[in-house]
Design a protein around this ligand. Structure first.
Ligand code: FPP
Length: 268
């Protein structure tokens, strides 16, 4: 989906928690994050990688809270890729246990904060107990009215695109769809993000300059912000810096218009 919402003037009083360094009219609707550097953070401290992942959870909780407080509509994070299964068995096992533990522990807080959580990816490959917790958390928060929080788990962008193409082919073969009518909207509706606006901003921590098979379709026009900060160290100041940088960008979406889409929406 392309951008649909924008901050209206009557919402401005609701944004009093947005830091004064930021322009409340140019906040991103949707932020995507590649949370990288947990292992290096731990190694630099002489600690096992698992400690880095646990510290990464704290950074994630803090980032979610800040995004929610600052009126960001959606946060999508890359928690576990289709390629992450190739890590040592012990680390994969630790991550699965960590996801379970965090979901159990944080569910009430997510409900209280009006967060709507969902998980994007090939979830049937996850341990059964984790799948059950995912279903429970998704259902129990689906009626919430606050920030949308998408956790990409066993997610791969290429796999998502192949599945979309496969579904469209099946629907065409079944006579439900005229293949000559397939356009970008019909294609995007087959993706795991069918009901989401595309990310305005992609943040990648730890200095790597790659997309790493994340949201390949959805990031087409996202602004990319890369920081050397390792994910467990990503704090309020880091988010503020990323958002200030984002607000300094001129988004043209392939055109020539120098005005940001949000300002334009607000003026009309
Ligand atoms: C990348 O750092 C991080 C991961 C593969 C895991 C990210 C997961 C979390 C932060 C926990 C999220 C928890 C929930 C419940 C959503 P890395 O291990 O690749 O670090 P490195 O590149 O320094 O080795």
């Amino acid at each position: 989906m392309t951008k649909s919402s924008s901050l209206k003037s009557e919402d401005k009083q609701l944004t009093s928690s947005i830091p004064e360094e930021l322009d409340p009219f140019r906040m991103p609707d949707h932020i995507a994050v590649i949370m990288d550097g947990n292992g290096r953070w731990a190694k630099a401290k002489g600690l096992p990688r698992s400690v880095g992942h646990s510290a990464g959870v704290d950074a994630l909780k803090n980032t979610l809270r800040l995004c929610s407080d600052w009126g960001v509509g959606a946060l999508t994070v890359y928690a576990f890729s289709t390629e992450n299964w190739s890590r040592p068995l012990e680390e994969v096992g630790f991550l699965m246990t960590l996801f379970k533990r965090v979901l159990k522990k944080e569910l009430q807080t997510l409900r209280a904060q009006q967060v709507r959580i969902s998980f994007l990816g090939d979830l049937v490959k996850l341990p059964n107990e984790l799948q059950d917790l995912i279903i429970q958390a998704t259902e129990l928060t689906s009626g919430n009215t606050g920030i949308k929080f998408n956790v990409c788990t066993n997610y791969g962008g290429r796999r998502e695109l192949v599945n979309a193409a496969k579904n469209l082919a099946i629907r065409s073969l079944n006579g439900e769809l005229d293949p000559s009518l397939i356009d970008e909207n019909i294609f995007a509706a087959e993706l795991l993000t069918a009901n989401e606006v595309d990310p305005d901003l992609l943040i990648r921590t730890s200095g790597e300059r790659r997309i790493s098979n994340f949201l390949l379709w959805q990031l087409a026009y996202s602004e990319i912000y890369i920081t050397e900060t390792l994910w467990p160290d990503f704090d309020r100041n880091s988010l503020l810096h990323a958002l200030s940088d984002y607000q300094s960008r001129c988004r043209r979406f392939g055109g020539l218009n120098q005005i940001s889409p949000k300002e334009e929406d607000f003026q009309s």
